[in-house]
Design a protein around this ligand. Sequence first.
Ligand SMILES: *Cc1c(COP(=O)(O)O)cnc(C)c1O
Length: 372
Amino acid sequence: MKKIRLSKSSISQKEKEAVLEVLDKEFLGMGEEVQKFEKKIQKYLDTDRDVVCVNTGTSALHIALEGLGLGEGDEVLVPTITYVASFQAVSATGATPVPCEIDPNTLFIDVEDAKNRITPNTKAIMAVHYASSSKGIEEICRLAEKFNLRVIEDAAQAFGCFRNGKMVGAIGDIVCFSFDGIKNITSGEGGAVVSSDKKLIQKIRDIRLLGVEKDSEKRYQGQRSWDFDVKHQGYRYHMSNIMAAIGIAQLDRLEQFKEKRQEIAKRYIEQLSDIDEVEFLDFDYENIIPHIFVIKTQQRDQLREYLLKHNIEVGIHYKPNHLLTKYNLGYSLPIAEKVYEKILTLPCHFDLSKDEQQFIINTIKNFYRGSE
Ligand SMILES: *Cc1c(COP(=O)(O)O)cnc(C)c1O
């Protein structure tokens, strides 16, 4: 059997044709295609909030924080178990990411621990929607309100997910998505910021194009500003027409992606639930599009070796960031460290076949039966 991949992009003829169309127009940078993608996302999220597309999810987080004016001396609370991008986005502004404990059942930031780490320098909480779930965000928003903090949702893994009947992105303070190759939809690389704060969004729009004021509107029309002003540090973080074309085609396929990913998660749970050693995270799978499927097990490393030996690629999402030299503030986070020893990510992507998943499930069953 050939190697079963942990995750991958799923590219159809549609994406290929869309890219060729942009290439034929010979306008590759940020233009009308990007605006079209932004409007399409807005419509999909069923919101009147503006969407600002950028070149990566990390840039989305970074300019959201920059837009808030965060910098040296400021602190942002971040769950320690997340992709290092969350931490890098904070430290890129000069602010300090403060690693926090997680809830072992959801790996969402632990509200009590977060509360205990608030200081006069704390400006924001970055809530990460681990494995696409934002269960627990209401408590975080209440805490933020009480202490006058901003909430940035790292929803890199949660595009297309619901909570309380609304789409992630249509509610909340500031929400950042990623469209990197393996996320729920991709634009090659890419990301977006959505916010209820109109002033912030205007600022972010400028920051993504080197801080050139009101350049976005011109670019959408295939023009650019010549006589302009710059008030803030900016970056070359805009999305290109090529990327947007891929994103638009992917968004048309999202309902298919959703169905398949939910089916995969459901099948893992159904067929692995009689193994005592395997635990699942406490998610509401009807409402999310699982970007990754994570189990917890006592014999993680042995199971991992066994699966790799059988050509099944698995992952560990993620090493706690407070264990990294750059982000170690000199304290331990015992719950996260313990969970880290147990988590294992199983293959979950649109092109995973039923047979491949059955092989994965059977291999896990064999491992716990102690055969071979
Ligand atoms: C993917 C991801 C990011 C970064 O997005 P990129 O588009 O890869 O820059 C940030 N946070 C989390 C939780 C992610 O999964």
